[in-house]
Design a protein around this ligand. Structure first.
Ligand SMILES: Nc1ncnc2c1ncn2[C@@H]1O[C@H](COP(=O)(O)OP(=O)(O)OP(=O)(O)O)[C@@H](O)[C@H]1O
Length: 264
């Protein structure tokens, strides 16, 4: 549990305002999000180029684990250089605040596509989307990382281009979960956060369910399982059951890609 002191700092902290200038050259355009670790802003430099600026929250800055997590995200962005992930621009401290500047990826999150634009996906369309995303996840895993936060707000699409953002929870595959994490996580969270490739497949199993549920029309008020509610093929069910670790999980991304190729 957060201490009272941290809680008070958290409540009292205000994000930067539009019109603020950071790092001597970044003009704050607006707040994109307020996550658990920090504030995320859209900023512009003097040449009107857009970037994403992440600011570590003050109470997280007081904790070694918070500072480490922020540093880790910067290092991961530096090492994962690929057009599908935001490139690292710079990192600095100003007025006792820590910042990371990264490339802005233009696209819509799958959360917005489903819930704002009401786009719906057939089984084939959903698995095709998964295929493209798995190619990017393959790159992450081959570089020795596991993302651990592959949720619909962190995966973007712009026509035929796909992007993965938010590497705040990413770990090296040979890292251990911190004791802090282990003790606070309940079972469901553990499956998302395990430092193993299967946790990314688990998250993508949920991603797939969001896409498949976009076509679902409830026929009764009775709550049923996804296997009962969704009209999908046996092959689709088999793949999702392995992703969700109901059946023996996939050991590596290529095995999952091989199964998903069927829909291409
Ligand atoms: N590099 C980026 N390019 C484009 N949009 C981004 C980028 N990074 C973050 N965003 C957008 O900014 C918003 C806030 O993102 P961020 O990941 O910092 O926090 P969050 O998702 O609100 O919270 P949490 O970190 O707890 O998951 C999201 O809507 C995301 O789509």
């Amino acid at each position: 549990m957060k201490g009272l002191y941290s809680k008070l700092i958290e409540i009292g902290e205000r994000p930067l305002k539009s019109t603020d200038i950071v790092g001597g050259k970044y003009f704050v355009e607006g707040l994109l999000g307020k996550g658990s670790y920090g504030f995320t802003y859209l900023v512009k430099d003097q040449s009107n180029q857009i970037f994403v600026l992440k600011q570590l929250r003050k109470y997280k800055m007081l904790m070694e684990s918070g500072r480490q997590a922020f540093k880790r995200e910067a290092n991961i962005l530096k090492s994962l250089s690929h057009r599908a992930f935001p490139s690292f621009i710079e990192q600095f401290e100003e007025n006792e605040k820590q910042f990371i500047v990264m490339e802005y990826k233009c696209g819509k999150t799958f959360e917005d596509l489903i819930f704002q634009d009401n786009i719906s996906f057939s089984e084939t369309e959903a698995f095709k989307e998964l295929y493209h995303i798995l190619l990017l996840v393959k790159h992450i895993h081959e570089n020795g990382y596991v993302h651990r936060d592959l949720r619909i707000p962190n995966i973007l699409k712009d026509v035929d281009d796909y992007y993965i953002i938010d590497f705040g929870l990413t770990r090296k595959l040979n890292d251990q979960n911190s004791i802090e994490e282990e003790t606070v996580m309940h079972m469901e969270k553990r499956l998302f956060r395990e430092v193993a490739t299967k946790s990314d497949f688990y998250a993508l199993g949920h991603f797939l369910l969001f896409l498949l549920y976009s076509r679902y029309e409830p026929v009764s008020k009775k709550k049923r399982s996804w296997e009962e509610e969704l009209s999908i093929s046996i092959h689709a069910k088999k793949v999702i059951r392995k992703m969700l670790q109901i059946d023996e999980p996939y050991k590596e991304v290529q095995l999952l890609l091989d199964d998903v190729k069927k829909w291409l």
